[in-house]
Write a protein that binds this ligand. Structure first.
Ligand code: PLP
Length: 497
């Protein structure tokens, strides 16, 4: 069963937690118990496939789903749409480091790992909770999430997805990725405004009781594909088991020996999944939380003071440009020994005063689980060039933040030469400008558009452009509508007419 981190919700089933997304008291749903990976399966782990691992782990946490339902979710989520049979393959580089490539899904970013599964988890949850209703997913996006959600929900029965993005506020590649989206249930709308306007509009629609009643009569139920939904977190635990399985299978470590993990972190979902994996029995020794110049997490791991009252920087790793990491609340819940009252007062303070101080015990516990380090802009771009030179491997800027943070951590600490898994969260072609300049020098890409940069990067390095990003300029644009800020509700009503 699932409970709220703020204590205001009676225990509910997995399907109810996924269907609701967020608890009524503003807290996040967490499992009453973090389950152990089954004892009898450890000896088999090295040979288990991604799907077998996903089914095993989903079964531990989705107890009101039937075995058949779980099999169906996993078989649909991790199939042919991934271009590598391992789903999340490891690529070895020097120094006993292993890049865990989480971008082999359709949109070239790690959001696919969860968003390929969520639609199926959600439709089954909806069926159990609300009967015959059709799910309508509303998304406000600044770029990546919108496309990954569209790709996940496209042509999934009994769902529609409507994505709003700021007109002129996303890169040309991101815009075309969305505007060329196929699927008869997908709708993409450009808004004359910025990302905050999109988010505000979507929030207003969710909060509009009259409108929701109107939709209810028509058989629709609004929902979100938000990164705090348990249905997005659960699938992310799987690839940590897969990474360890591959290390054991390839005899890099012996089964039972520990390994280290580095995660480029934004909203804290990815690294939280690693922590849950550790609680389930994965022998993770050093768990490094890597931040970019927006290093609110490095700071809180350092002294227990979470402070969002600071300058916000736009960096070359935009998916990590975050000052309020929503999923951190689930971690704090564990650090406070599941004392929901304490969590509630800390996060109320964050809301009202913009900061909070974790109690001493919680800080000690946090520092025994996780370390933090960050990389600045120049260091990050330099690391892209460095790894290309030493290992012939191309990092995207988010992954480069992680590699640089590890290098900085290693300069002051001895990890004992342990194998280290570094999460790679985007294909380099997705953030091609930073990658190009990192490899060929500052301003090397200055006179090229995004497509020219990709073509040149591919030609000069021999790396193939990710299939989700190639030929975007040749595909038909299927979504052309541009609307004003105050027209969002009408647009939704019109689509659902
Ligand atoms: C979302 C994202 C991240 C951050 O992941 P969190 O789970 O939010 O910490 C990092 N890199 C890329 C490319 C992403 O899309």
């Amino acid at each position: 069963m699932y409970i709220s981190t703020r204590g205001g919700s009676a225990p509910i089933s997995a399907s109810a937690a996924i269907y609701k997304g967020i608890a009524a008291d503003g807290g996040l749903f967490v499992p009453e118990e973090i389950m152990a990976f089954p004892d009898e399966l450890w000896p088999k782990l090295p040979e288990m496939s991604y799907k077998e691992l996903a089914k095993t782990i989903f079964r531990l946490y989705l107890d009101d789903f039937s075995e058949e339902e779980i099999d169906r979710v996993v078989d649909k989520a991790y199939g042919e749409q991934f271009d590598d049979a391992e789903i999340a393959p490891l690529h070895a580089i020097s120094g006993n480091r292993y890049i865990l490539e989480l971008w082999h899904g359709p949109t070239a970013a790690f959001k696919d790992m969860a968003l390929q599964a969520l639609p199926h988890l959600l439709t089954i949850s909806m069926e159990k909770q609300a009967g015959a209703k059709e799910v309508v997913i509303l998304v406000a996006t600044s770029g990546d999430t919108g496309k990954a959600a569209l790709e996940g929900f496209a042509d999934v029965d009994k769902t529609k997805i409507i994505v709003f993005y700021p007109n002129g506020g996303v890169s040309n590649i991101q815009r075309l990725q969305m505007a060329t989206q196929t699927g008869k249930n997908t709708f993409v709308v450009a808004l004359e405004g910025n990302f905050d306007d999109c988010q505000r509009g979507v929030k207003e629609i969710f909060g509009d009781k009259e409108f929701n009643d109107f939709l209810d009569k028509k058989g629709y139920r609004l929902s979100s594909a938000n990164s705090i939904n348990w249905g997005r977190l659960l699938p992310q635990i799987v690839y940590y088991f897969k990474a360890y399985a591959a290390l054991c299978r390839d005899k890099v470590v012996a089964l039972g020996d520990s390994f280290d993990v580095v995660v480029p972190t934004g909203n804290f979902g990815n690294i939280l999944a690693a922590y849950y994996g550790k609680c389930m029995g994965l022998p993770i020794s050093t768990l490094l939380c890597a931040s970019n110049k927006n290093k609110v997490l490095t700071d809180v791991i350092g002294d227990g003071h979470y402070d969002k009252r600071r300058e916000f920087f736009r960096t070359s790793s935009p998916s990590m440009d975050i000052l309020v990491s929503s999923n951190f609340e689930r971690f704090v819940f564990e650090l406070c020994d599941r004392d929901a009252n304490q969590v509630k007062s800390l996060f109320t303070a964050l809301d009202k005063e913009g900061h909070y101080q974790l109690p001493d015990d919680a800080v000690k516990k946090m520092q025994s689980i996780m370390v933090g380090e960050y990389a600045g802009e120049e260091e990050t771009l330099a690391m892209i060039g460095e790894v290309k030179g030493t290992d012939g491997y191309i990092l995207d800027p988010h992954t480069a933040v992680a590699v640089k943070a590890l290098a900085k951590y290693d300069a002051g600490h001895d990890r004992g030469g342990k194998a280290c898994v570094i999460d790679s969260t985007a294909n380099p072609f997705k953030f091609n400008k930073a990658v190009y300049d990192g490899i060929f020098g500052e301003n090397a890409s200055a006179d090229m558009d995004e497509f020219e940069i990709s073509a040149s990067l591919s030609e000069k390095t021999g790396m193939t452009i990710h299939r989700g990003l190639a030929d975007l300029d040749l595909k038909p644009v299927l979504h052309k509508s541009v609307v004003k800020k105050d027209e969002m509700k009408e647009v939704v009503a019109e689509i659902l007419k």
